[in-house]
Design a protein. Structure first.
Length: 338
């Protein structure tokens, strides 16, 4: 990567090159749709551990820290239910040998956040969740903490994605994201004590068993503490083909809630060129300790844009997507509400 012309997010062809060079390896062959326009889907490995507490490795490797907090080991190969309210650490199939000048950052996949599964990447000796240091060599792991629903996963399930960066990309701009509370149904609230969501089963769950529709009054919605909500952005989101974006939470001083999961937006999302004009961002929102009244148009998150090092060979949706041209929409695991 020494010939990279400028700092930026690596597009799909550069990720393919890292795989070919052995800088990104895997325990099994990569799948054809793992490499997205500006990110790489990561797959669960064969084992996970139920742990009594979350942790950062710090001076230790992840496996050394697991040995001190593990309650029991879980075999993921046949499929296993991860219980809500519990914390697990899972090994990933992918491993890294990044060249100097290349770092990485992970985020939950859209479908993961929309079922309120909190996931974070861990690397050996890491001082931060989700961030992988320049030149890192070693295994990577994922913390998994289902919050609202228990979920069924197995070896190969994809819960998060990795974005590779050359150098220190500049922030091109930051845009505010407001919430839309104008529709007859303006959002959904997760039902407590629902069934299990199979995270590899698309269009296979009745949404009424898991979600309650929300009808705002006078452009307002009352958020109850500890509840999980799916809402939509007020404005359309468009990611130019030479840029990528990450959704980040707002300063908590402006409201007793947060957009619960950061999220990557790949180049081409919401653009005419990728046949996605008018796509909205879907927001996963959780209220904090006190009830909070959310108003139509209120800012709930920020989109931070960064440049790509070069134009990607394919755009968001070229390999198929459940979320291009989306409005308010539940995750791909649920049938269409109607």
């Amino acid at each position: 990567m020494s010939d990279t012309p400028r700092p930026g997010i690596l597009p799909c062809q550069a990720i393919d090159a890292l795989i070919a060079q052995g800088a990104i390896g895997a325990d099994t062959a990569f799948e054809f749709d793992q490499v997205q326009p500006a990110s790489l889907d990561l797959r669960l490995g064969a084992r996970a551990w139920r742990v009594r507490a979350s942790f950062l490795p710090g001076r230790h490797t992840v496996r050394e820290r697991i040995a001190t907090v593990a309650m029991h080991e879980v075999d993921l190969t046949p499929g296993v239910v991860l219980e809500r309210g519990c914390v697990y650490i899972a090994e990933l199939q992918e491993h890294l040998k990044l060249p100097r000048g290349v770092s990485a950052r992970a985020n939950p996949k859209s479908s993961t956040g929309r079922v309120d599964v909190f996931v974070r990447l861990l690397s050996d000796h890491g001082a931060r969740f989700d961030d992988v240091d320049d030149g890192y060599e070693g295994r990577i792991y994922m913390e998994i903490a289902p919050q609202t629903f228990s979920v069924l996963v197995r070896t190969g399930t994809r819960l998060n994605q990795l974005r590779l960066k050359a150098g220190d990309p500049p922030r091109l701009r930051t845009e505010s994201v407001g919430v839309d509370l104008t529709g007859e149904i303006a959002g959904f609230r997760g039902r407590r004590h629902a069934g299990v969501v199979d995270l590899d089963r698309e269009d296979g769950h009745d949404p009424r068993d898991f979600w309650e529709p929300l009808r705002p009054k006078d452009g307002q919605l009352l958020l109850d503490p500890g509840e999980f909500y799916i809402l939509a952005s007020k404005q359309a989101v468009e990611i130019p083909v030479m840029e990528a974006a990450e959704m980040t939470p707002i300063d908590p001083s402006v409201g007793e809630f947060r957009v619960h999961y950061a999220g990557f937006f790949d180049p081409g999302f919401g653009t005419d060129e990728a046949h996605g004009k008018g796509s909205r961002g879907v927001l996963e929102v959780r209220s904090h300790e006190t009830p909070f009244i959310l108003e139509d148009g209120q800012t709930v998150a920020r989109l931070v844009y960064e440049p790509l090092t070069e134009r990607p060979d394919r755009l968001y949706g070229d390999l198929g997507s459940h979320y291009q041209r989306q409005g308010l929409k539940l995750s791909k695991h649920f049938r269409i509400w109607g």
